[in-house]
Design a protein around this ligand. Structure first.
Ligand SMILES: [Zn+2]
Length: 196
């Protein structure tokens, strides 16, 4: 039986031809005021630039080729208009707790990649899953403390956990080890920000 679906020309299905690795290439998108907005792929960057919605600030990612043109894949683009959007609030997630606690166990002070989340007042004793009750703890300390309060376990917190002020740039930090050209657009990053 014949397939009755309309057929699109091959070129429309796959207008670009590029190295498979390029599909994973990250392009930083800045707002018109140079605030980092998000990260997109080369194809999306091409569409934004081609439609006049964005300009290229940094190049150097290789090339996107079609039959009729070659597009130099940018590293950073900037929208030509401003996008206004509400600031997201800082949600509690493991990575941000570890960042706040500088990847250091809050009981023994050991800096390690092998961290767990500890509820200072255990959850089954009414402890909340919030910034003021969650700390980074190494596995040994978490195991030792078990379902007890620090006082019961004779353990001491290095510092009282607090809600960090939300940093809108943090979601970009894990790119910056590799994306050297992005660093000047994203404040507050230090080489060990991505340690996790
Ligand atoms: Zn520890």
């Amino acid at each position: 039986m014949q397939d009755e679906r309309p057929r699109r020309p091959i070129a429309a299905q796959n207008p670009f031809c590029y190295d498979a690795a390029m599909t994973d290439t990250a392009v930083l998108v800045l707002n018109q005021n140079y605030e980092p907005l998000n990260v997109c792929n080369p194809r999306r960057a091409f569409v934004l630039v081609d439609r006049g919605k964005a300009e290229v600030l940094e190049n150097g990612r290789g090339y996107l080729r079609s039959l009729s043109f070659v597009f130099e894949i940018p590293s950073v683009i900037r929208l030509v208009y401003i996008i206004r959007r509400p600031r997201p609030r800082g949600r509690l997630c493991r990575r941000d707790v570890f960042l706040r606690d500088r990847h250091t166990c809050q009981y023994c002070g050991r800096r390690t990649r092998d961290l767990t989340l500890d509820h200072v007042l255990p959850r089954n004793r009414g402890g909340q899953h919030d910034w003021e009750n969650v700390v980074a703890a190494c596995k040994d300390c978490n195991h030792r403390k078990a379902g007890r309060t620090p006082r019961e376990a004779h353990m001491h917190l290095i510092r009282q956990p607090v809600r960090p002020s939300f940093n809108p740039y943090r979601p970009f930090y894990h790119y910056l080890e590799e994306q050297v050209e992005w660093r000047k657009f994203i404040p507050g990053w230090q080489p060990d920000s991505g340690f996790s």
